[in-house]
Write a protein that binds this ligand. Structure first.
Ligand code: SAM
Length: 353
């Protein structure tokens, strides 16, 4: 009994320290990640979110413009060797048309995401970015590993933000899950993006086979060390026709703990409640928003393509009106949480130094 009370007191003082100082060592992070009842942690993250980034939830309109990919990531349904999915590429005009519709829906950020598809020349991508920037919105890219020169050209064309998840900071696990890729190159990309003046996002997949709490604590310390401007953290969801199809997948509570700890470590950054979280748990968006998240990414792409961008199952239901990541559903969730919809481009506030 005394032992339990002491442990509880220790946990409370760790949360208090994090809330005041926004830093914690690895041992402390592991203790918080292993908490059985994390409600105090969630409440602290929610207070910090409110204090630093307010009640606004920024909507980022997502366009998944190509599902071709030359990578072979073990967890991803788009991996090159997966011959079971139909591949598509959107024409530049189609992408711009979708962005236009997003702007008409009053979205202030357009996100362009794809598999790693070398079909599009950098000049083509730059033209698309330039056209979208003319609509007075921020542009985020999630198109993978490129050279510094290519990142620089896209920046010059007007791209504001770039998201490249490190997926896991454990080099051994990274190597096992990404044949033919290199952890060092992923790091190089993140450093190049930072140097070029992008708002830089990274993040992890939670629940990868072989991943431990110690590894997740290292991920958190990495996010802090590189001072990420955005963090995309979601559960790994096993996908058919991939080497990990029979695995268990990520636990929602562990994802929420990672979101909460990220908010406490980096109080003024942008953190989405991810689509994967909402697919894994029907209340995933609401839960994410209660644990520190302040961003959601509605999918504004073309119906026919949405169902082909199949990173994991459950992303697109048979009835598109039931899609968790439709803008209508997302707005409802935000309002149900007594939060408001962001009215500006939602850059990082940079109020914490
Ligand atoms: N290839 C680019 C990259 O590496 O950033 C962008 C596209 S990639 C499909 C976008 C993200 O999808 C990855 O960072 C990964 O974390 C996530 N993802 C892939 N497969 C997933 C799965 N089975 N469950 C959950 N998320 C997954």
């Amino acid at each position: 009994m005394i032992k339990e009370l002491t442990a509880e007191k220790n946990i409370s003082s760790l949360i208090e320290k994090l809330e005041k100082q926004h830093s914690l060592d690895k041992k402390g992070l592991i203790m918080l990640l292993s908490m059985e009842n994390p409600s105090e942690l969630y409440k602290a993250a929610d207070r910090v979110r409110k204090k630093y980034v307010g009640d606004e939830v920024h909507l980022r309109g997502l366009i998944e413009f190509s599902n071709y990919c030359h990578n072979t990531c073990f967890y991803c349904g788009l991996r090159g060797p997966n011959k079971a999915i139909k591949r598509y590429r959107m024409e530049p005009e189609e992408i711009i048309e979708c962005a236009k519709r997003g702007v008409e829906m009053e979205l202030k950020t357009i996100v362009l995401q794809s598999g790693e598809d070398r079909y599009y020349k950098i000049t083509t991508l730059c033209n698309i970015v330039e056209k979208i920037k003319e609509m007075d919105v921020a542009v985020t890219l999630i198109i993978g590993e490129l050279s510094k020169k290519e990142y620089a050209e896209l920046k010059k064309a007007g791209a504001d933000r770039y998201l490249l998840r490190i997926e896991t900071t454990n080099r051994e696990l990274y190597r096992k899950l990404h044949p033919g890729m290199s952890y060092e190159n992923r790091l190089r990309c993140l450093m190049d993006l930072r140097e070029l003046g992008y708002e830089v996002g990274t993040g992890s997949l939670i629940g990868l086979p072989g991943q431990t709490l110690e590894m997740l604590a290292d991920d958190l310390l990495f996010f802090k060390k590189i001072n990420a401007d955005m963090l995309g953290i979601g559960p790994f969801i096993p996908c058919e026709n991939t080497p990990l199809e029979k695995e268990k997948g990520g636990d929602v509570n562990l994802v929420l703990k990672m979101i909460a700890l990220s908010r406490l470590l980096l109080p003024d950054i942008n953190i989405p409640a991810t689509t994967a979280l909402a697919v894994k748990d029907k209340d995933g968006y609401a839960k994410g928003l209660q644990c520190g998240a302040n961003v959601i990414m509605p999918n504004i792409g073309i119906e026919e393509y949405k169902r082909l961008y199949k990173l994991y199952p459950g992303k697109v239901p048979d009835d598109p009106n039931e899609a968790v990541n439709s803008i209508e559903n997302i707005k409802k969730v935000i309002l149900s949480q007594n939060r408001s919809i962001g009215k500006d481009k939602g850059y990082r506030k940079k109020v914490f130094h």
